[in-house]
Design a protein around this ligand. Structure first.
Ligand SMILES: C[S@@+](CC[C@H](N)C(=O)[O-])C[C@H]1O[C@@H](n2cnc3c(N)ncnc32)[C@H](O)[C@@H]1O
Length: 505
């Protein structure tokens, strides 16, 4: 289906008329069938979709991947069935119609507000225990990685945004809700076609899909926001290359290359947000290795970026190999054990002792505040509040505030405790003093900060009324401590608490 034809618009009209929305499908399926489908099981859903309504027919066709009677398909997609068959979305046989591509409603799980989209992609493989086999040019639908990036992406209104490795274009759809124009790149011709189709189906002419590798199609251009879920799987490259997950580059080079190239494609103050895997090398701390990627290009200090890297999980080599062999449906095949062994021995040869999963957020230093960039590389494997995007941009604001204030002036600042911070104490029942105090955020990263009594009291007193200097001095008097020493100790603590999101300037 060409995105410029009127067909996407007619399909959109049919989907609207059928009420083919996330909520309506969820109501039709009910909780049990909905959860079963999330586990790739269709039997409960098939029992719930027998009324022949357009909504039930579309659900059976695309989500449950079952054949529907031609008459039901004609009712759901009036006048479109043959056209959609010619264009490869459907397949017709005598009296029956099947889907050849997936087409499903999708509600944005992010801070961009209420947006209902439809997304066309390749069919979900592996329903009802069938082998999870895909072709090398498979175009993923909405995966958990897509959702993770969508929730990470900062949704401020911007002029321009770039989706690198767009696939079916799901990130571009999100970006189009808050960017004046969106460029989406990919090298897979099928992905390019589906991304264009999805832009047209969702009536988003601000999305421009360009053919080419990574930043090649945007040479010399800059964007306010770059969001990318690149093909980051770290493998020996001995299996068939699946373009949606294998970059063809060694190790984690694809992520390193993107991180190193991104500053040149960011406007001052612009963000690049990358969902990534990275190698954990024997004998090298993960954060030291990644920090090496974050240095500004030599001789171009104007391209310096702040960076906030979060390592969400570390997976050992065996678990990693199993994950991706299962993703391509290899378990049970004759070559499974050999491939597993080859991958493991390649990891061992490379000195790879694990793989980190996480988020890399770069922000080009704003023009008005070139200064030294701030790097924060943090392990945070715990549950966070989703969408996490607001906490990432909050960090950007916090470091700007801190950069603008030297220590002397910080003492004159009225800090305010973030309203969701709570104090947890641990100790023997009835004891006068706690053994440990933790300041815990209820929102965002939901971080915890082990605090001594002065820190806890400082945070407690920071309600925007007294300055930091006044609070520290009052605590010095109360605890009979030297005020000068106390200021010296607690100024860096206060900075840390602002950067960590416990206190706000
Ligand atoms: C993991 S998928 C991400 C798809 C989609 N953006 C999402 O978030 O679900 C990675 C995408 O990168 C594309 N890709 C692979 N190699 C590429 C390259 N050299 N340049 C641009 N895109 C590439 C793949 O075709 C695939 O669509």
């Amino acid at each position: 289906m060409t995105a410029t034809s009127e067909l996407p618009h007619r399909l959109r009209e049919a989907l609207i008329a059928a009420d083919f929305t996330v909520d309506a499908v969820a109501r039709l399926l009910g909780a049990t069938a909905h959860s079963a489908l999330a586990r790739n099981q269709t039997a409960p859903g098939l029992r719930r979709t027998t009324d022949g309504s357009p909504l039930a027919t579309l659900t059976r066709l695309f989500l449950l991947q079952t054949a529907v009677p031609r008459a039901a398909a004609d009712l759901a997609l009036p006048g479109l069935v043959d056209r959609l068959a010619v264009d490869g979305l459907l397949e017709t046989t005598v009296g029956e119609v099947r889907a050849r591509l997936d087409c499903r409603p999708y509600a944005a799980p992010d801070a961009s507000g209420e947006h209902d989209f439809w997304v066309v992609s390749d069919l979900t493989p592996g329903l009802d225990g069938t082998p999870n086999r895909v072709t090398s040019d498979h175009v993923l639908g909405i995966s958990s990685a897509s959702t993770s990036l969508a929730q990470l992406t900062i949704r401020d209104d911007v002029t321009s945004a770039l989706d690198l490795g767009t696939g079916c274009g799901v990130q571009a759809l999100h970006l189009a809700t808050h960017a004046g124009r969106v460029v989406a790149t990919d090298v897979n011709p099928r992905a390019l076609r589906l991304a264009r189709l999805n832009a047209a189906l969702n009536d988003l002419p601000s999305i421009e899909v360009r053919d080419g590798s990574y930043f090649d199609p945007v040479r010399g251009e800059q964007f306010d926001l770059i969001a990318t879920n690149p093909p980051f799987v770290i493998s020996p490259g001995t299996g068939e290359r699946l373009v949606y997950r294998d970059s063809g580059l060694p190790g984690d080079r694809v992520v390193e290359d993107i991180v190193r190239a991104a500053p040149r494609h960011l406007t001052p103050g612009g963000w690049c947000q990358v969902l990534a895997n990275w190698v954990i090398k024997e004998g090298t701390p993960w954060d030291e290795r990644l920090a090496g990627w974050l240095e500004p290009p030599a001789g171009e200090p104007g391209l310096a970026c702040d960076a906030f890297v979060v390592q969400r999980e570390v997976v050992d080599p065996a678990a990693y190999v199993e994950l991706w062999l299962a993703d391509e449906g290899a378990p049970g095949t004759p070559e499974y054990l050999r491939r597993y062994d080859t991958w493991l021995s390649w990891f061992a040869d490379q000195g790879i002792e694990g793989v980190g999963f996480g988020w890399i957020n770069l922000r080009r230093r704003p023009e008005e505040a070139p200064g030294t960039p701030t790097l924060r590389l943090e392990k945070w494997p715990y549950d966070v509040e989703q969408p996490i995007a607001a906490a990432i941009s909050g960090w950007g604001h916090a470091i700007d505030d801190l950069a603008a204030i030297d220590d002397e002036s910080l003492l004159d600042v009225r800090l305010r405790r973030r309203p969701d911070v709570r104090q947890e104490t641990v100790g023997e029942p009835g004891a006068a003093d706690p053994e440990a105090i933790v300041l815990r955020q209820q929102r965002g990263f939901r971080r915890g900060h082990a605090a001594d009594t002065v820190t806890a009291a400082l945070v407690g007193a920071s309600d925007g009324d007294l300055t930091l200097g006044q609070i520290v001095d009052a605590l010095g008097e109360l605890l009979d401590e030297d005020p000068v020493a106390l200021r010296e100790t607690y100024l860096p603590v206060a900075r840390d608490l602002v950067a960590g999101g416990y206190l706000e300037v």
